[in-house]
Design a binder for this molecule. Sequence first.
Ligand SMILES: Nc1ncnc2c1ncn2[C@@H]1O[C@H](COP(=O)(O)OP(=O)(O)OP(=O)(O)O)[C@@H](O)[C@H]1O
Ligand SMILES: [Mg+2]
Length: 317
Amino acid sequence: MSFAFTHEQQPAINSLARLIRLVAFAGTGKRPMTISTYVQKGGTAKTTNCVNLAIYLGFMGLKVLIIDNDPQSDATEMLGYYPDLTPEELEDLGIPADRGVDGSLGNVLGIRGLFAPKSLDEIIKKPFGEYGPHLIPSEEQLEELEIGINASQNHDYRYATLISKGLKGEFPGVDLRSYDVIIFDNAPTASLMTRNSLVACDLIVCPIRMDKFSSRALARLGDRLRASHEEYGRTPAVAAIPTMFIKNRPRAMEHLAKLEDVFPGCVTESKLYMSEDYSKALELGLPILTWKGASDNSAGAMRSVYSEILDRLIALS
Ligand SMILES: Nc1ncnc2c1ncn2[C@@H]1O[C@H](COP(=O)(O)OP(=O)(O)OP(=O)(O)O)[C@@H](O)[C@H]1O
Ligand SMILES: [Mg+2]
């Protein structure tokens, strides 16, 4: 008797194998994972990927917490909240009060003086209900966290401490024990806030555009990872996603080859393509993966990329 599978059977076998690994990951024995979306360059689709990856992992049955670590609050807005509106303004505009923001990471982190202490329950948002991804939102005041962290002790480890203690239920007011994956969305800067999220993470997701500026962003990321290894004795894994990719462009292929040189084994095989779907979904106020008008070129490509990222998470856990 032979155990070889036919070519036709292989995709189903691969899916089954992934499912088994996923069940193992979501099971109690596996360690929760922390991801950071990061590239020190604006507009490369970090927020788009943070939000949609969280939704994808939610579809896969994992409990996900998004932490909006960017005072621009784009992830918070992409998920339907209004960080700039006061309760009165929300009421005047006829927007439900729970679409406002009542606090951010600054309030739960225990930074005295700058932020009123709040528990996770007081600030958390559940844009898709209890069983979809949850969100620690951001608001403009989050900018001050940079000052607060700078003035505190162990300032590179504030987030790492929050997460490691929160995952054991040992951080006052912040119980993270129900989460399988925590994803930070970062600003395109090398701030202390960003550095904290990189120190705390297992995997950095870097969406990279195939243009001439990407080389500089890549060099900076390489430096950052080397520094992280020297300073903290550990280096997070990297998943680099070619994004806004335009097929059959020789230049794009050259940049892709460079990306594979700089991060061997880290570049996802699937790519995210340039598509108008992104701006259309944004206008409708929907993340791409929840928009029924999304095409193979956008949501379809995302599913392929994120299934590779899920495999990496499973391998790392
Ligand atoms: N594959 C794509 N094709 C076309 N447009 C895209 C694609 N991916 C993202 N976009 C659009 O690019 C813009 C920037 O995306 P996004 O806000 O996710 O970038 P970012 O890296 O988070 O930016 P920032 O550095 O300001 O935080 C958005 O308008 C988004 O809809
Ligand atoms: Mg962003």
